[in-house]
Write a protein of this length. Structure first.
Lengths: 111, 116
């Protein structure tokens, strides 16, 4: 069983479109995250959710809207996609400092 | 604010040679520290973590790291490099956050190349 699963794995779309990335974890963790990895491999936290409540929004454009229907799911919706949104997006979850588990990533390409 | 700095964006070693990837942290409280590895076109895999127990931490694939508070360092080592170790390596620190279990802040990564 995959602990943190993301779909889709690859996403190619045109500028201006709206798209969603889904994330599910079966670890029973309370806290989930979205990270963005840019073309230089730099990983930056975007959002943090604890038990469906938004904790952190790291100055991400409001075109990005996370939604957590329950504590096992954290989806990322992106409106009006721009070229600069092209990146790999990682979902992660944790119980605390003893372990952060990452999904395999979604490679978003905006053309 | 907590942060990590990885010295050297690219390290190249010969197969069988010692691997040393450097990481220094900045933290006002005792930190939790991690090393992750990312193989090409794959996700992040935990190599090892320091959570205030033993200062010498052993991880997977023969890697280990030593927490040195006096030097604020958490360098990653492996005695003998293997071709399969070629990957991107990330040092990270867990930052306490109100209402959550903490956020993981990453260094900029070090790409390890292994020459035959």
């Amino acid at each position: 069983d995959t602990a943190v699963s993301q779909t889709p794995k690859y996403l190619v779309t045109q500028m201006g479109n709206d798209k969603s990335i889904k994330c599910e974890q079966n670890l029973g963790h309370d806290t989930m995250y979205w990270y963005k990895q840019d073309s230089k491999k730099f990983l930056k936290i975007m959002f943090s959710y604890n038990n469906k409540e938004l904790i952190i929004n790291e100055t991400v454009p409001n075109r990005f809207s996370p939604k957590s229907p329950d504590k096992a799911h954290l989806n990322l919706h992106i409106n009006s996609l721009e070229l600069g949104d092209s990146a790999v997006y990682f979902c992660a979850s944790t119980t605390g400092a003893y372990g952060y588990t990452f999904g395999s990533g979604t490679r978003l390409t905006v053309v | 604010a907590q942060s990590v700095t990885q010295l050297g964006s690219h390290v190249s070693v010969s197969e069988g040679a010692l691997v040393l990837l450097r990481c220094n942290y900045s933290s006002s409280v005792p930190p939790y520290l991690f090393w992750y590895v990312q193989y090409p076109n794959q996700g992040l895999q935990l190599l090892l973590k320091y959570t205030s127990a033993a200062t010498l931490v052993k991880g997977i694939n023969g890697f280990e790291a030593e927490f040195k508070k006096s030097e604020t360092s958490f360098h990653l080592t492996k005695p003998s490099a293997h071709m399969s170790d070629a990957a991107e390596y990330f040092c990270a620190v867990s930052v306490a956050a109100r209402g959550s279990q903490g956020n993981l802040i990453f260094g900029k990564g070090t790409k390890l190349s292994v020459k035959p």
